[in-house]
Write a protein that binds this ligand. Structure first.
Ligand code: BDP
Length: 699
């Protein structure tokens, strides 16, 4: 038997073990009707063939007629037999939505469009993979968010910024002639969770991707992805007209610049008729942008939007901006910059906003822009790759983080104005909606480095389809599809996934601390770092520890960042009685002997939170031991090794941070916290010059 490499992701289609259920499936769905008259339906047919063969042990029979019994009938509504059509026409299936129902001893998978049919097929296969009884049908489902997009921070030299799973999967040098099987498997995996777009290149963009040679390569990828319902997008470097167009300026109001982009975009659409559009990082961390010419973000975005509009392309303009020339709290800067522009963007512009106002920390309160731009479609940007979360070494189940943000209440229009409703566009009746995830995918055999990183890709896809799903539901699906349907396996594993996010928050940045990571690579702790050129790149900027206490005062006595939230939210955060303790030091600077809700003083409470994080990793280890019998030796061993590194590093975080903070608090470690093994000097001396994921120039 080949070792389980993880390459097949959640689409392993293992044979159903329960013999009664297997019999039920075999009796009812051994044959299939599908007319593969489009590429998408061909893919659906192939998936059914592979999936049913795996799950039932025998290849299904494909039939030519619909008047059959005990079969799966897969077709668009308009291609169903008249008698079936009548049943589905009235059910008003939305675009790319599907319905799976029992009709006259058959199971019908249908939709108005091919992609909806393909999604339905994947959904039916998931139902079987999870070993659910067929009587649990019918199922109606449709995506609640229009754009469900992966962002690859992949460079043309195949390095991946913040990538921890090997090189980029895009083999630019061999494209367009050579189509790697990975492209197909990637598209298939994405389609299985409803992801319908991919930005192929890094937000720190390279203008060369827009040259004819590269556009041909992009077109080849677009051709692979099209039948899977996936559109291709690129990052646009704002200064491209200068760099590859020989113009003297990239001023968005300059007619020559506008013409250059128009011609460039028209050319792209000649090669890629369904090109999705651009993702742009402008005037952020050294990237060029409209402000270089005294223009606003709206001027820049609208210029591209105008050129894309005739082709139905869109602009995703990133709101991740902050400036070293701006002395205001970094957490306030994006809001200050963009909220006054609400209503000024063209219809095909979305602002892409990170989940929190700083930068993909283990925990951040939701970004205040989410409650503040009723006239502009706001896309969520989550990070799937674990830049600040232990790379692909630590097991951290991110849907828990995503769920927390999506369920947060902005109070924009009173109670119940959830971030999820901002994102799916329902809160202010937006015409277009989107969610982006910074991919954790690379050339590693198992795609994501840590085998459990796959759950984060899967979970992002599911939440971009339906932002109201619970992290627990998603964990249950992924575990059953990927590993085993045995409850004795699934129950402890759900527990492990759900505590993993709390664990990382506790052992890295508890009680609202943030950005304590060491320089450049962002891997281990570096709370002492204070020597970087930009103040807001230094951890000391964020924790503000001193002899009196610790934390960032963002209330009206401090930076007043809380004023960017709706009043009920601001009031909750401002008031120490009501501020959730998980955000305490995000919003307040408090004395070391401040009394926490459980009666501990802050210093002791902080230490015990770090300790709790370490304890949670131990708990994850013991849960992993418990499910050993359900795994192959390799599967068990791989994660067991990673968990023991995670434990070691959780202790490292605790010991380094607490030893450093102790230089201010001057208090002893409380009972219950294990004593650090090394001196602060030792922790400060640790260096990781070749940690993965950073730009070569930063080494
Ligand atoms: C930060 C990363 C940096 C990215 C930046 C961004 O450290 O590599 O370029 O975000 O999102 O988290 O633009």
């Amino acid at each position: 038997m080949l070792p389980q490499t993880g390459y097949k992701l959640w689409l392993d289609y293992r044979k159903v073990k329960n013999s009664e259920l297997l019999q039920e499936y075999r009796n009812q769905i051994q044959s299939v009707y599908i007319q593969p008259d489009t590429k998408t339906l061909e893919i659906a047919q192939k998936e059914l063939s592979v999936g049913l063969a795996g799950l039932l042990g025998d290849k299904p029979t494909f039939l030519e007629r619909q008047n059959i019994k005990n079969a799966i009938i897969v077709a668009k509504i308009k291609d169903l037999n008249k008698e079936y059509q009548a049943l589905f026409e009235s059910s008003k299936i939305e675009e790319n939505g599907f319905q799976i129902s029992h009709v006259k001893e058959n199971i019908i998978v249908t939709s108005n469009d091919d992609i909806g049919v393909l999604y339905g097929v994947f959904h039916l296969l998931k139902h079987l993979q999870m070993n659910l009884p067929l009587k649990k049908l019918p199922i109606f489902d449709a995506p609640k968010i229009d754009l469900r997009i992966l962002n690859h921070w992949d460079n043309l030299d195949r390095s991946v910024e913040r990538g921890y799973a090997g090189n980029s999967i895009w083999k630019w040098h061999k494209l367009p002639g050579y189509i790697d099987q990975r492209y197909i498997d990637y598209a298939r995996a994405n389609a299985s969770v409803g992801i319908n777009g991919t930005v192929l290149t890094n937000v720190n963009a390279n203008a060369l991707i827009l040259t004819p040679m590269y556009i041909k390569k992009v077109a080849a990828l677009a051709n692979v992805f099209r039948p899977y319902g996936i559109r291709v997008y690129l990052t646009a470097r704002f200064s491209a007209p200068i760099e590859i167009g020989n113009l003297k300026t990239a001023d968005p109001l300059n007619p020559e610049v506008r013409n250059w982009w128009k011609a460039k975009i028209d050319r792209i659409y000649k090669e890629i008729p369904d090109f999705g559009g651009f993702l742009v990082k402008a005037n952020s961390e050294g990237q060029p942008g409209p402000q270089n010419y005294g223009r606003s973000h709206a001027d820049g975005a609208n210029m591209l939007a105008d050129a894309l509009a005739p082709h139905k392309g869109i602009v995703m303009w990133r709101a991740f901006v902050y400036s070293e020339h701006d002395a205001t709290d970094r957490a306030k800067q994006a809001y200050n910059e963009f909220v006054p522009l609400d209503g000024k963007f063209k219809e095909n512009v979305l602002l892409q906003v990170k989940n929190g106002a700083i930068d993909f920390q283990p925990r951040e309160p939701f970004h205040p822009m989410f409650g503040a731009m009723p006239k502009t479609p706001l896309m969520m940007e989550f990070q799937i790759t674990q830049e600040y979360l232990g790379f692909s070494t630590h097991l951290v189940y991110l849907p828990k983080l995503y769920e927390e943000v999506l369920q947060a209440d902005t109070y924009q229009h009173g109670k119940g104005s959830l971030v999820a409703k901002v994102i799916d566009g329902t809160l202010d009746h937006k015409k277009i909606s989107g969610m982006a995830g910074v991919a954790n995918i690379g050339s590693d055999v198992n795609w994501t480095g840590h085998p459990f990183g796959q759950a984060n890709w899967y979970g992002f896809g599911r939440l971009s389809w339906n932002p109201y799903l619970s992290a627990k539901t998603i964990a249950n699906e992924w575990l059953r599809m990927t590993y085993s349907t045995n409850d004795e396996f699934v129950t402890p594993m759900i527990k492990m996934l759900l505590i993993s996010r709390a664990a990382v928050v506790n052992y890295m940045t508890p009680l609202g601390l943030h950005h304590l990571m060491d320089t450049g690579h962002h891997y281990g702790p570096g709370p002492w770092v204070s020597n970087l050129s930009r103040p807001e790149w230094n951890p000391v900027y964020y924790h503000k520890a001193d002899s009196l206490g610790i934390g960032f005062d963002r209330t009206p006595t401090g930076s007043n960042a809380t004023a960017q939230y709706a009043k009920p939210v601001a009031d909750t955060f401002n008031n120490l009685e009501t501020c959730p303790e998980e955000y305490l030091l995000w919003f307040h600077h408090l004395p070391w002997d401040y009394k926490l809700k459980n009666g501990n003083i802050l210093w002791n409470g902080l230490a015990l939170k770090y300790q709790e994080g370490v304890g949670q990793v131990r708990e994850m280890q013991s849960l992993w031991e418990q499910i050993k019998p359900y795994l192959s030796a390799e599967q068990y061993q791989e994660v067991a090794m990673l968990l023991s590194i995670q434990l070691k590093e959780a202790k490292w975080w605790r010991d380094a941070c607490m030893s450093y903070f102790q230089t201010f608090s001057k208090k002893p470690f409380p009972k219950g916290m294990e004593t650090p093994k090394h001196s602060l000097k030792y922790y400060k001396s640790l260096k990781f010059p070749y940690a993965p994921g950073i730009r070569p120039s930063w080494h």
